[in-house]
Ligand binder design. Sequence first.
Ligand code: FAD
Length: 148
Amino acid sequence: MSLCRLIYSSYAKPNLEYHDLRAIMEASERNNKQDGITGMLCYGDSMFLQILEGDRRAVSHTYHRIAADNRHYAPELIECSPIEGRLFTAWAMRAVNLIDLAADRGKHLILKYSGSMTFKPAAMSPSQCLNFMQELHELQQMENPASL
Ligand code: FAD
């Protein structure tokens, strides 16, 4: 098995609602567990940033399925590279809505890794995206270990 990590960003469809995010999460948890895929999905300022880790073929199939989903558009591949090990082993897929983080923590994290407080993952480098997601992962675990 050849492990890889794929990072992409996309624009959420206009008027994406909470139930859309829930449906995405439910399908992700169900499918990713079965396919051995782990990672993280972040939503903020009408944009998605997602990391998928797992067997290269499984990650590739999943990405193509996701890219065809009309709940978002203009997916942009930020990185796809071989890895020695996973960084997000605990979750089949955890979604974080930046607006749910307390005390503007999401905004501060965005500012740490980009030029403004607006979440624009397509303007971030692969390592900025990865560091951002790792810190978000830690923040989310501290703040809200069991939620969406
Ligand atoms: P189904 O059981 O067919 O559908 C699950 C639910 O989603 C149902 O309520 C269905 O009505 C609804 N749904 C399915 N497709 C669409 C659509 N195109 N438009 C509107 N509603 C729809 N899937 C994963 O497996 N893993 C992921 O990590 C993952 N990440 C995603 C990230 C983003 C940003 C988006 C937008 C989607 C993601 N998805 C992910 C969902 C993926 O695009 C497919 O919808 C899903 O994999 C289909 O799986 P299924 O056939 O088991 O779902």
